[in-house]
Every structure is written in C-alpha cells, then in structure tokens.
Ligand binder design. Structure first.
Ligand code: NDP
Length: 315
C-alpha cells in the first residue's frame, strides 16, 4: 500500500513543495493539514498534485482544541499514519506587541512548538499501530536557532534561559510572552520556537525510539528565501533577502530543492537514523549536522518536555 504522510502547513512554501515531491513518487498519500482549507486545495491544484494523492484536512495549530479535533477526524478516516511532518510555522519579526493563540500562548511558540508538541504526542499512538516498514516523525528545525552557526549569531539570538516565562504560561499577563521571561521580541520568539522543535525531536527520540522503532528527525533544508515565512517582514528585506542568500551567504535553496530534501528525510532508506538533525552541503548531499549547545542540552529538553506537557494538558 501507499504510505500516508501528514504534513502541517502544506498550503505554501516548504510544506507544499514536499507534498508535491512525495505525491510524485506515486508511493505516498499526502494529508495536507492546513488552517485554510481553500488555500490548500488551490495550492495543491496549482502545483499539479493529482487528486488521488492528497487529502486536505483542517488543522489550526494556534488552537489546541483544533489539534485535538484534527486527530479525531484523522482517526475517523481510518487511514494508518506512517509519517508525520511538523512543518508549519509563523515568523513575526516586525511585531511590536505579542499576539496569542486560542489558549492564550504567545503565537510563535504557541503555534510552532506547543501545537506541534501536542500533535506529535497524540499521533505517536496512531503511528505505533501502523505496520509500515519505516515510520518517521520529522520536525522542521532551523539554522537560526543554532547559535553555533553564523546565521544563528545574528541578534536577537535564541535563548530559552531557565524557561521561566513558558513555565508561567507564556501569556503576557501573569508571565512574560517570552520563554526566557524577557521582553517580547518577535524574531527571537521564532528562533526560540525552533530550538524547542529541535529539543522536542531529540526528547521524542530518547523516550520513544527504542519502544516504537519510529525514526525521529529534524532538519535544516537551507535558506528558502522566497517562501511566505517572510511575508510579515518589511518590503526592503523581502527584496534584498533572496539575492543576499544567493550571492553572499550562498545558503539559498529553491522551494523545489528544499521540498526534495524534506521528502528525502521522509522516505530515503539511507536516512533512517533516529535523533538526527540533517543538513545538506553545497552539492546537495545530506549529512548529520551538529546542533548548538542549547539545542542539544538534554536537561533543557527534559524540562521543556515536562513544562510543555502541562501547558497542552497532557500532564
Ligand atoms: P511558509 O510561510 O511558506 O509556510 C508556513 C506554513 O505554515 C503555511 O502553510 C501556513 O499556512 C502554515 N501555518 C502557519 N500558521 C499555522 C497554523 N496556526 N495552523 C496551521 N498551519 C499554519 O514558510 P516556509 O515554507 O518557509 O516554512 C516552513 C518551515 O520551514 C517552517 O517550520 C520554518 O521554520 C522552516 N524553515 C524555513 C526556512 C526558510 O528559509 N524559509 C529556513 C529554515 C526553516 P497558510 O498558508 O495558511 O499561511
């Protein structure tokens, strides 16, 4: 049978390119988990994914209630789930004030981390039951959360501190809207959320890889400078960023190429190692990359896991 893969945020950018790359293999049915149903349908049509190879299902990661409903709907469809790709994200670099999810968590961390944290935890059970030969759970990371890189050293740098803001509810009322308890900074909130994504992947690996044989992985697909991720940035940035990445940093990668890379992490038989953060070199060859000190801190990963469980209502 075909494999069933859930991709969050498959309505644009990397998620859409990955959906297309997987559908084209003829071996995957893609469940596009998107907040805007119509946009996702139109996007699938526009890039030419054939109707037989995808289903759009509603998922708004900025609402834990929606995450739970999505999982219920998925279970009702009785499709075995073989792979989950946590790809969706929001990036709000110019926001002066924090905005919030349905449950009142700062929006970037609430969507990118907490929504995916609950989703991956709930779908673990479903994936355990699948008889697919190589089951994988992937959370898209980023270089920007890794302070051991040049890009990760552009201020404001990611830093979760002692998680005091998150532990206090990240609601901007009783606590700071930032994980470390500091003042709100939209760009930093995004980077922090990506550190959470990478820590969560490793903690999933430590807790569940042996028992479930699921491969847990994260990746940095390269700088996809033209995606919707930068839609909230100032116009000048959006004009200059792609050529800057192409000609100066040379980290630029097209949506299509990035989609192929993520698709590789979904099915390539040589990428079955669990607990790995994949990157690609100039020749587009994959390699196991090093995470920053904070993004590989096992103690922080455990603490983040416990605090997140409480916030999403699993503990
Ligand atoms: P896009 O903005 O193009 O895609 C993000 C997707 O997330 C969209 O489909 C968007 O939906 C969806 N999304 C946002 N909020 C929610 C929500 N509340 N519920 C459900 N879906 C939501 O950006 P990219 O393709 O660039 O980003 C994809 C991933 O790649 C992210 O994890 C990002 O951190 C990562 N990444 C991107 C890099 C880059 O250079 N672009 C580099 C490194 C990592 P909608 O279409 O409705 O807006």
């Amino acid at each position: 049978r075909k494999g069933n893969v859930v991709i969050t945020g498959a309505s644009s950018g990397l998620g859409l390119a990955t959906a297309k790359a997987l559908a084209e293999t003829g071996k995957w049915h893609v469940i596009m988990a998107c907040r805007d149903f119509l946009k996702a349908e139109r996007a699938a049509k526009k890039v030419g994914i054939s109707k037989a190879n995808y289903t759009v299902m509603h998922l708004d990661l900025a609402s834990l209630e929606s995450v739970r409903q999505f999982v219920d709907n998925l279970r009702r469809s009785e499709k075995p789930i073989d792979c989950l790709v946590c790809n969706a994200a929001v990036y709000l670099p110019t926001a002066k004030e924090p905005t919030y999810t349905a449950e009142g968590f700062e929006l970037s961390v609430g969507t990118n981390h907490l929504g995916h944290f609950l989703l991956s935890r709930l779908l673990l059970d479903d994936m355990k039951q699948s008889d697919f030969p190589s089951k994988r759970m992937i959370i898209v990371g980023s270089i920007t959360g890794n302070t051991n890189t040049l890009a990760g050293n552009v201020p404001p740098k990611a830093n979760l501190g002692d998680l005091r803001g998150l532990a206090a509810g990240l609601d901007g009322v009783n606590s700071s809207a930032m994980i470390d308890g500091g003042e709100f900074d939209g760009a930093k909130a995004y980077k922090d959320s990506k550190v959470c994504n990478m820590l969560t992947m490793q903690e999933l690996h430590r807790r569940y890889h042996e028992e479930t044989e699921i491969t847990f992985a994260s990746l940095y697909p390269g700088c996809i400078a033209e995606t919707g991720l930068f839609r909230n940035h100032i116009a000048l940035f959006r004009t200059l960023f792609p050529p800057f990445q192409k000609y100066i940093t040379k980290g630029y990668v097209s949506e299509e190429e990035a989609g192929k890379r993520l698709a590789q992490v979904v099915f390539d038989p040589s990428l079955t190692k669990s607990g790995v953060y994949w990157s690609w070199n100039k020749n587009s060859a994959s390699f196991e990359n090093q995470l920053s000190k904070e993004a590989s801190d096992t103690e922080k990963a455990r603490k983040l896991w416990e605090v997140s469980e409480k916030l999403v209502g699993l503990a």
